[in-house]
Design a protein around this ligand. Structure first.
Ligand code: SAH
Length: 386
C-alpha cells in the first residue's frame, strides 16, 4: 500500500481520513500537534496513542523528513545555510539568519526554477519539481531541531518561484499558521515573486496578511527583458498595476527587490526612472548588491554607485534601504550550494550527522559540517517555460 504524506494534510483532512480509518476524530488533533508543534519524526514518539493505533498509522502514512547534506555556519554573523536532501535524492537550500527581533528562515519552494532570470543560480538547471507542503514545513522544523532556535519569521526567497507552486505553497502557509500547528502569524511571512501577475491577482483574494515582495530589478521593459524572461509575459506596467491593486485590496505595503548589477540597471538615470514608476505607491525598495554567479558574468555595483542610487530614490520620496549582507563567507546566494553540489558530483562523501550549530558555535568558522549523499544531476528541464 502506498503510504500517504501525513505532514501535507490539513487538520480537517486528517480528521476526515481518521474517521475513515475508524479512529476517533480527536486523534487527528493529537497527531497533528505531534507533527507540527512537537515536530516529531516517528509515530513511536506519539506517546498518547496506543500501540495498535501507531501501527495502523504506520501502515497508511509516512512522515516526511529531510537529511542535512551540508551545513555551513558563517564565522562572520552565525548565519546557517542548510543543503537538504529530499527523499528522492533532490536537494534544496534554506538559510537561517539572526536579526535583533529573532531568527528568520529563507526557504525554497521548488527544486530548481523555470523562470530563467539571468542573474540567478537557482534557475541554471531548470525546474525539477515542486516541493510538497510537508517538505517546506520540514525545512523549518529541521532548522529548528538542528540549531535549537525558534524561527520567528519566514521568507519564501530560496530556490524556486512560490507562485509557480501556488497550491502547495498556500496549503503550506495554512498548516504553518494553524492554531494546532506552529501558529506562525502570516504577518511574519514574506513571499517573493519574479512577477507572475496571475498568481499575484489570485493571492490578493486570499486575505493572508503576508508581505508581498516583487523582484523588480529594472525600471523599464528594455532592461527588465534583458535579465528576466517573465517580463515578456507580464511587463513592468502590468506588474505594477497588479501591485497597486494588491495594495488596494489588502492594505499591505509592497516590497520591491532591486539587485544592482554594474552597468546593467544601476545608473542614476535608472534610479530617476524608478522614482517616476513608483510615484504614489505605498512601497519599500530593497537594494541588493547582486551576488556574482560565475556562469552569468554579472558584477555587483560599487558601494558609491549603490549609495547614489539609494539617495536618488530617497530624495524622490521612495523608501529605500540597502540589504545587509549575511553569510557572505558561506556562499549564501540563492541556489549556489545546490548548483555546486550537482556540479561536484563524485567527490568523496563521509557521512556523519552534522553537529548542531549551538555546539558548533557562532563565530566558530565558516563551517561545512557535513557532506553526504552526493548524487548526479538528474534530467533537469530547461528554464524559461513561460
Ligand atoms: N522566485 C522568487 C523567489 C526566489 S529568488 C523571486 O524571483 O522573487 C529570491 C530573490 O533573490 C529574488 O529577488 C531574486 O531576484 C534574487 N536573486 C536571485 N539571484 C540573485 C543574485 N545573484 N544576487 C542577488 N539577488 C538575487
Amino acid at each position: 500500500m502506498e503510504q500517504r504524506d501525513i505532514k501535507s494534510l490539513t487538520l480537517s483532512e486528517l480528521q476526515r481520513e481518521f474517521t475513515g480509518l475508524g479512529l476517533q476524530k480527536f486523534r487527528a488533533g493529537q497527531v497533528y500537534r505531534w507533527l507540527h508543534q512537537k515536530q516529531v519524526l516517528s509515530f513511536e514518539e506519539m506517546s498518547n496513542l496506543s500501540k495498535d493505533t501507531r501501527e495502523l498509522l504506520k501502515q497508511h502514512y509516512r512522515i516526511t523528513r529531510l537529511d542535512i547534506q551540508r551545513k555551513l555556519v558563517s564565522k562572520l554573523d552565525g548565519t546557517v545555510k542548510f543543503l537538504y536532501r529530499l527523499s528522492d535524492g533532490e536537494c534544496v537550500e534554506s538559510v537561517l539568519m539572526q536579526y535583533k527581533h529573532g531568527y528568520s528562515l529563507c526557504i525554497s519552494t521548488q527544486v530548481g526554477c523555470r523562470m530563467g532570470c539571468k542573474f540567478c543560480a537557482s534557475t541554471l538547471l531548470g525546474l525539477k519539481r515542486n516541493l510538497e507542503p510537508s517538505e517546506m514545513l520540514e525545512e523549518i522544523y529541521t532548522a529548528q531541531r538542528e540549531t535549537g532556535q525558534k524561527v520567528s519569521s519566514l521568507v519564501l526567497m530560496g530556490i524556486g518561484e512560490p507562485l509557480d507552486n501556488y497550491d502547495n505553497v498556500l496549503k503550506f502557509l495554512g498548516i504553518l499558521s494553524s492554531a494546532d500547528g506552529m501558529n506562525l502569524s502570516l504577518r511574519h511571512v514574506s513571499l517573493s515573486t519574479c512577477g507572475l501577475v496571475d498568481g499575484i491577482r489570485r493571492l490578493q483574494t486570499e486575505n493572508l496578511g503576508l508581505t508581498l515582495s516583487i523582484s523588480l530589478h529594472a525600471p523599464n521593459d528594455a532592461i527588465r527583458s534583458q535579465t528576466m524572461p517573465v517580463n515578456a509575459k507580464w511587463n513592468v506596467e502590468a506588474l505594477l498595476d497588479a501591485c497597486r491593486d494588491y495594495f488596494a485590496a489588502t492594505g499591505r505595503r509592497i516590497s520591491f527587490e532591486y539587485a544592482l548589477i554594474a552597468g546593467v540597471n544601476d545608473t542614476d538615470a535608472c534610479a530617476r526612472e524608478l522614482v517616476h514608476r513608483l510615484k504614489g505607491m505605498i512601497c519599500h525598495v530593497n537594494l541588493i548588491p547582486v551576488n556574482a554567479v560565475a556562469e552569468r558574468g554579472f558584477r555587483r555595483s560599487s558601494p558609491q554607485r549603490i549609495q547614489s542610487f539609494q539617495r536618488i530614490l530617497q530624495s524622490g520620496g521612495v523608501n529605500a534601504t540597502v540589504r545587509r549582507e549575511l553569510g557572505s563567507d558561506i556562499n549564501a546566494a540563492c541556489g549556489q550550494l545546490r548548483r555546486d553540489s550537482i556540479l561536484h558530483e563524485g567527490e568523496a562523501a563521509p557521512s556523519k550527522s552534522p553537529a548542531p550549530a549551538a555546539r558548533t558555535g557562532k563565530g566558530a568558522g565558516a563551517n561545512d559540517s557535513s557532506r553526504k549523499h552526493r548524487r548526479g544531476p538528474g534530467a533537469h528541464g530547461k528554464p524559461g517555460l513561460l
